[in-house]
Design a protein around this ligand. Structure first.
Ligand code: TTP
Ligand code: MG
Ligand code: MG
Length: 401
C-alpha cells in the first residue's frame, strides 16, 4: 500500500459489494458457499444478473443470457433473485456508510461514494479508513466489499474495482495520474464499447494515451466527451459527493390520557418530547437544523409549525425553547381556529403533542462547499466525542469488574 506524503485535498471513498446478489444467496444458503452461483431467472430467456466469484473464471457475468452461461459453466447453481432480501441488505450497508460520513452518495443497491474529508482524527489515514469501513460492512452483513480511496470520485471508483473481491486500494492524489496511465480506455467513465472503438481507431488504448493527447484533437474527434475523457485521464474530477438531499427528522409524540387545556400542561409535554429528541440526536451524533411542533386539537385538526435554527443544536433546552415560541405563535387566533373553550385543546387518547427536530443529512448544492466542510467537521467532531465517551464508559465499567 502506498503512503501519501502530502495532505489530501479531499478524501473520497467508493465502496462496492462483491458479487452482491450471489454473495447474499451464499450467505443465506451455506450449501452454495464455495460453488459457482448464477443469479437470474432460470428460464432459457432469462439473463444472468450476477455470478459468484467461483463462476467468473468460466467467463460468465452480468447481462449474459442464462442459457449461454449455463453452457459455459455447467456446474453452476442457478438461483432465482430475491429482490426484497437484496433491498434489506442494501439498507444495512447504507446504515453502515452513514456512520462513516455525513455525505454518502448511493449509486445503486450495493455501492456508494463517501466523502471522508476531515475524518482523519476519527479513522486515521485513508488506508485505515478503508479497513474500518470494510470490517464494519463485514460485521453488519457477513459480506465483503471492495473499497477504493482517492481524492476524486472517478479515481476512487476505478480503485475499488481493481482488486475485487475483498479489495482495498488507496491511490494518493499525487500518484493518481500515473496510476491511471496503464489502464485500458474501457476504464474511462462513460466510454462504452462504441467509444472504445473510436478511441482505438485514434491509436489510444490506455488512459495514459488519452492524457498525452492534445485536448483540442480529442474535442475535434469526440466532441465534449473528448474533453471529459482528457480531464479524467489527468485524474481531475471536481464533482462533489452529493448525499441525499432530503432532510431527516427525529420526532417524539405523546399520546395523552386526558385532554389538555392549560398551556403550561402542553409545555410540560413539549419538554418531555424535547428531552427525548435531544437524547436521540446525541446518540446518533446528529445536530438539529430546525425544530417543528405538531398538535392535534379536540376537533382533530393537525397544527404544525416549523422553525429553522441559526445554530444547529442537540440540546433539549434549545429545542424546547424554540418549541415554546412556536406554540405561542399557535395562539394567534387569526391563524388557527381555537378549541371549544378558546385555547388549544388536545384530543383524548391520541398522539396529541409532538415535537420534531429536523436535521439535514447532506449538502444542498455543490456551491455550498464551505457550509458542507463546516458541517462535516462538526459531524466528525461529535462522532469522535461520542466515541471517546463510550470508551470512557467501557473503561469505567472495566475498572469496577
Ligand atoms: P455490481 O456491483 O455491478 O456487480 P456485483 O456486485 O454482482 O459484482 P462485483 O463484485 O463485480 O461488484 O452490481 C450489483 C448487483 O446489481 C449485482 O449483484 C446484480 C445487480 N445487477 C443486475 O441486476 N444487472 C446488471 O447488469 C448488473 C451489472 C448488476
Ligand atoms: Mg458489486
Ligand atoms: Mg455495484
Amino acid at each position: 500500500m502506498i503512503r501519501s506524503k502530502r495532505v489530501w485535498p479531499r478524501i473520497v471513498a467508493h465502496a462496492d459489494m462483491d458479487a452482491f446478489y450471489a454473495a447474499i444467496e451464499q450467505l443465506d444458503d451455506p450449501t452454495l458457499r464455495g460453488r459457482p452461483v448464477l443469479v437470474g431467472a432460470p428460464s432459457h430467456r432469462g439473463v444472468v444478473l450476477t455470478a459468484s466469484y467461483e463462476a467468473r473464471p468460466y467467463g460468465v457475468g452480468s447481462a449474459m443470457p442464462m442459457a449461454r452461461a449455463g453452457r459455459m459453466c455447467p456446474d453452476a447453481v442457478i438461483v432465482s433473485p430475491r429482490f426484497d432480501r437484496y433491498q434489506e441488505v442494501s439498507a444495512t450497508i447504507m446504515e453502515v456508510f452513514s456512520k462513516f460520513s455525513p455525505d454518502v452518495e448511493a449509486l445503486s443497491l450495493d455501492e456508494a461514494f463517501l466523502d471522508m474529508t476531515g475524518s482523519e482524527q476519527l479513522f486515521g489515514e485513508p488506508e485505515s479508513m478503508g479497513r474500518q469501513l470494510k470490517s464494519a460492512i463485514r460485521d453488519a452483513t457477513g459480506l465483503t466489499a471492495s473499497v477504493g480511496l482517492s481524492a476524486t470520485k472517478y479515481v476512487a471508483k476505478v480503485a475499488s474495482a481493481c482488486r475485487k473481491p475483498d479489495g482495498l486500494t488507496v491511490v494518493p492524489p499525487e500518484d493518481a495520474k500515473a496510476w491511471l496511465a496503464p489502464l485500458p480506455v474501457s476504464r474511462l467513465w462513460g466510454a462504452g464499447p462504441k467509444t472504445q472503438i473510436r478511441l482505438h481507431n485514434l491509436g489510444l488504448y490506455t488512459i495514459g494515451d488519452v492524457a498525452r493527447t492534445d485536448v483540442r484533437v480529442l474535442s475535434a474527434k469526440l466532441g465534449s466527451a473528448g474533453r471529459h475523457f482528457h480531464t479524467l485521464a489527468q485524474a481531475e474530477d471536481p464533482r462533489p459527493v452529493i448525499g441525499r438531499r432530503s432532510s431527516k427528522s427525529i420526532g417524539s409524540e405523546h399520546t395523552l390520557d386526558q385532554d389538555v387545556h392549560a398551556k403550561a400542561d402542553v409545555k410540560r409535554h413539549l419538554h418531555l418530547s424535547a428531552e427525548a429528541i435531544g437524547r436521540r440526536l446525541r446518540r446518533k451524533n446528529c445536530v438539529a437544523f430546525g425544530v417543528g411542533i405538531k398538535l392535534k386539537t379536540a376537533g382533530f385538526q393537525i397544527i404544525t409549525r416549523q422553525h429553522r435554527l441559526n445554530e444547529p443544536t442537540d440540546f433539549a433546552e434549545a429545542i424546547y425553547s424554540v418549541g415554546v415560541r412556536l406554540l405561542d405563535n399557535v395562539d394567534d387566533p387569526g391563524s388557527v381556529p381555537p378549541g371549544r373553550d378558546g385555547c388549544i385543546r388536545l384530543g383524548r387518547k391520541r398522539r396529541a403533542c409532538a415535537a420534531r427536530a429536523l436535521w439535514h443529512g447532506a449538502p444542498a448544492t455543490p456551491s455550498r462547499s464551505g457550509d458542507r466542510s463546516t458541517r462535516r467537521a462538526l459531524w466528525y467532531e461529535r462522532r469522535a466525542l461520542c466515541q471517546r465517551s463510550q470508551q470512557a464508559g467501557r473503561n469505567a465499567l472495566g475498572a469496577h469488574t
